[in-house]
Design a binder for this molecule. Sequence first.
Ligand code: FMN
Length: 186
Amino acid sequence: MAAPGGTGPIGPFPAGIDTPDQQDDYDKLRRRLLWTMPYGLYVVGSRAGEQRNLMTLNWATQVSFEPKLVGIGVEKTAVTHELVAGGGSFTLHTIARDDRAIVRKFTKPVEHDPAAGTLNGFAYHDGPTGAPVLDQAAGWLDCAVQQQVDCGGHTFFVGEVVACAFAGPEDTPVLRMEDTRMSYGG
Ligand SMILES: Cc1cc2nc3c(=O)[nH]c(=O)nc-3n(C[C@H](O)[C@H](O)[C@H](O)COP(=O)(O)O)c2cc1C
């Protein structure tokens, strides 16, 4: 994972923020403010050919009612990036708040056991687009990629929801970033 917010002060800087110290302070303040943005916390499934992956992600949002579009921001160096770009789809899973330990299992490329049908020991099945669906999710959306927006270090993949299901009771409280001590972004 890249260092949150990059490797040093990143511009642009407002007028009057000229010295290295001022730029450093501004960079830190902007990062703290960006960290206060509320987020959900999800697991993204991806697949190209027979390679499948699951990855923890918080940069996800619905972006249109009609058509039903959902977007995810994926780091260009991630295995998930290669698989979403190559396979043309992704699954986005909500996770039960009680299952929060799951997100720690998917911050590195997974071990796939095709015979057992598991990714890092978690059972999955293939969704309608072919991307893996985590059986233990609270709910999932299967999305066909419609657009790829280049955002520098990340690509924002916009996908149309082609299938979805609750995998548990509909009223299951789902995980949000604030339920963990984790952060990403800034
Ligand atoms: C709390 C948390 C949130 C994350 N959110 C994102 C995200 O929104 N986008 C992203 O590309 N990586 C995110 N990551 C990083 C990936 O989970 C991690 O870099 C992963 O190893 C890269 O995925 P890969 O298995 O596809 O290589 C997050 C990590 C954590 C711990």
